[in-house]
Design a protein around this ligand. Structure first.
Ligand code: GDP
Ligand code: IMO
Ligand code: MG
Length: 423
């Protein structure tokens, strides 16, 4: 399968976790390259549900090596909790199947506090972040004041650097009227986490290059989605990392000329959690999906906003990621819909737009131009072969893939591994 970059083609939660789990079967290594524990990737094995936040979804397949790349921001306390959670569920995680980059940046309690404080101050313009400290941690990385995993596990350097960073950040927190953070407690908690994580920490770039030299299949696990990308998303309503295909290179140290394919994952409709424009948002489809108990956030439990499929957006995603192949998930979510709508263009100020505008205020005013497709109005969740899907369903899926501009290769009709069809 060669080296494959997997990206979300919408606003996150496209079902990447499930598709990663499926594709891991053909990979030797799975690498997370961006984001932090703001991500929530769901994988079902039988009736057991696993939600991965920092650890690659590939961890559930024995014998695969998972890596947390340099582009990730890592909350050590969150990661230890995740390791414990997996252990309780019977998943063995050892340095043989999990490696952590020395140069990933570390999330601290002041990052989470600042994340929350900034949101409160933004009032009605808040981003609706996951409050995991993601923005402030990437901010410190760019400002060159961040601490990295290599600092966290250094017994002498860590206490000193922690003190410096904590003093500065406590001044900021005090000025904002927030509680300062206690040095001794952070030192104790982070030292304990560092002791637990130290055996996993390594120079992942070197391992990845050795793997590419012997032509091992590597899967680059995307987090979040194209429109949450710091450069290509609906700024400022985005996350703080490069969630598009380029981020797989910078976030892992594997260069572009070693990448073979980009797989884009998208739902058969659209969802978004958090604030920001969502042109095809629609109450009817939101109520339908929420009524089925679906589309609640895997990380924060928030109800996701839902809407019709937006081909203007996914076409843009295909462009900036270079998507070769598409996986369409949650097809079964539309099983009861009589007439399905697809946004093929936007209209704003009397003009028709075929591209997503960069100005978020304009995007927020865009009205979708819809094309209608007949629904299949029959359950698809038990279908096992592409040819056995209703003709109307296949027509819909091939049409949205064509509008997006890539080849449909995977269709998913349920959360389980078995509910996956390859074309
Ligand atoms: P990710 O962040 O992209 O990994 O996606 P999430 O795990 O946050 O959200 C996707 C949700 O859709 C999860 O609850 C998955 O179990 C579920 N899911 C994925 N594919 C399908 C599908 O084809 N049908 C159904 N019913 N659920 C799916
Ligand atoms: P996965 O990997 C969906 C959203 C938040 C918010 C914005 C910024 O599961 O697809 P942040 O905490 O990152 O500063 O929040 O980004 N967001 C996600 N939405 N899926 C995710 O990850 C997300 N990670 C962040 O809701 O709107
Ligand atoms: Mg998710």
């Amino acid at each position: 399968m060669a080296n494959v970059i997997l990206v979300g083609a919408q606003w996150g939660d496209e079902g990447k976790g499930k598709i990663i789990d499926v594709l891991t079967e053909q990979s030797e290594i799975v690498v997370r390259t961006a984001g932090g524990n703001n991500a929530g990737h769901t994988v079902y094995l039988g009736k057991d549900k696993y939600v991965l936040h920092l650890i690659p979804s590939g961890i559930l397949r024995p014998g695969k090596v998972c890596m947390i790349g340099n582009g990730v921001v890592l909350d050590p306390i969150g990661l230890v909790k995740e390791l414990d959670g997996l252990e309780k569920l019977g998943v063995k995680v050892t340095p043989a199947n999990l490696q952590i980059s020395e140069t990933a940046h570390v999330v601290f309690p002041w990052h989470r506090e600042l994340d929350g404080q900034r949101e409160v101050r933004k009032r009605s313009n808040k981003i609706g972040t996951t409050k995991r400290g993601i923005g402030p941690t990437y901010g410190d990385k760019a400002a060159r004041v961040g601490l990295r995993v290599i600092d966290l596990i250094h017994p002498v350097r860590f206490p000193q650097r922690l003190k410096e960073r904590l003093e500065e950040n406590n001044e900021v927190l005090r000025a904002l009227g927030a509680q300062p953070i206690e040095y001794d407690k952070v030192l104790a908690d982070y030292t304990a986490a560092a002791d637990r994580l130290r055996p996993f920490v390594t120079n992942t770039v070197v391992h990845l290059h050795e793997a590419t030299r012997r032509s091992a299949n590597i899967l680059f696990e995307g987090a979040q989605g194209t429109f949450l990308d710091i450069d290509h998303g609906t700024y400022p309503y985005v996350t703080s990392s490069s969630t598009t295909a380029g981020g797989a290179c910078t976030g892992s140290g594997v260069p572009p000329n070693r990448m073979d394919r980009v797989v884009g994952v998208m739902k058969a409709y659209t969802t978004r959690v958090g604030e920001g424009p969502l042109p095809t948002e629609n109450a009817e489809i939101s109520d339908l999906l929420h009524g089925m108990g679906r589309e609640f956030g895997a990380t924060t439990g928030r109800a996701r906003r839902c809407g019709w499929f937006d081909a203007v957006a996914t076409r843009h995603a295909s462009m900036v990621n270079g998507i070769d192949e598409l996986a369409i998930t949650n097809v079964d979510g539309l099983d009861t819909v009589k007439t399905i709508r697809v946004c093929v263009a936007y209209e704003v100020d009397g003009q028709r737009l075929n591209h997503i505008p960069n100005d978020c205020e304009i995007l927020a005013r865009c009205q979708p131009v819809y094309e209608e497709f007949p629904g299949w109005e029959t359950p698809t969740d038990a279908v096992q072969r592409w040819e056995d899907l209703p003709v109307t369903c296949r027509h819909y899926l091939l049409s949205i893939a064509q509008m997006t501009g890539a080849r449909l290769t995977i269709t998913s009709v349920g959360p389980a591994r078995e509910q996956t069809m390859f074309l």
